[in-house]
Design a protein around this ligand. Structure first.
Ligand SMILES: *[C@@H]1O[C@H](CO)[C@@H](O)[C@H](O)[C@H]1NC(C)=O
Length: 215
């Protein structure tokens, strides 16, 4: 028992050094990982907006009082749920004109007209919860095939460097596809400033939507 207490103290101290710390917050940061519900649980990837919000309501009512505050949409939220679509299928994903994945409008109707997850995030926040989404590393194959222009978030226009506009084909590493979703995503060349600009454009979008957590 004494050894256990000692260990707990060491762990806590360690976390406080690493995370610190507004008074009163360090206990929560040290003792718990983010807690909540992830939509893979019971739904795999095919969940839609209505079912997601119903589950969020239940979490808010039953589990939020115990500290379970995150609701997270798991992977493939950009993919159509139709025959032929599966984890490594190609051709069913939605992207915006800058090559960024956007929610499938059939499963996430409030995302239409360029709203993305903003409406869902607003409703989740209204329940007193925090909102998360699953993120794939890199850029989607669809964006590379479409050779989508890269957004420069500082100008709102195409990312321009050395007197040229940069596009998805400049930054997608076609020989470095995702091992378990080879037709879906590939790594981005972050040695290029254009590659960094693309990642920045993703984070910018998630912030606009009101995303609190990326998984
Ligand atoms: C880059 O894109 C902008 C906006 O689409 C366009 O006006 C400009 O002519 C392009 N520049 C080059 C060098 O292609």
């Amino acid at each position: 028992m004494r050894a256990f207490l000692f260990l707990a103290l060491v762990l806590c101290t360690n976390f406080c050094y690493r995370g610190c710390c507004k008074a009163g917050e360090e206990q929560t940061l040290a003792r718990f990982p983010p807690r909540g519900w992830n939509s893979y649980d019971s739904f795999s990837w095919i969940i839609d907006e209505e079912a997601f919000l119903q589950n969020a309501e239940i979490l808010a009512q039953k589990l939020l009082p115990y500290g379970y505050e995150y609701v997270v949409v798991d992977f493939l939220w950009y993919r159509k749920n139709v025959d032929g679509a599966y984890v490594d299928s190609y051709g069913y994903d939605s992207i915006d004109k800058w090559g960024r994945p956007i929610p499938d409008p059939d499963r996430w109707p409030s995302s239409r007209d360029g709203k993305g997850f903003a409406e869902v995030a607003k409703k989740v926040h209204g329940m007193g919860l925090k909102f998360g989404i699953h993120l794939m590393r890199g850029i989607s194959t669809k964006a590379v095939d479409a050779n989508a222009p890269i957004l420069d978030v500082h100008t709102g226009g195409v990312y321009n460097e050395d007197a040229r506009n940069w596009t998805a084909r400049d930054i997608g590493l076609t020989h470095r596809t995702c091992g378990w979703m080879q037709h879906g995503f590939m790594s981005v060349n972050t040695d290029l400033k254009a590659g960094k600009a693309f990642l920045r454009s993703l984070y910018h979008l998630y912030t606009e939507w009101g995303v609190d957590f990326g998984a």
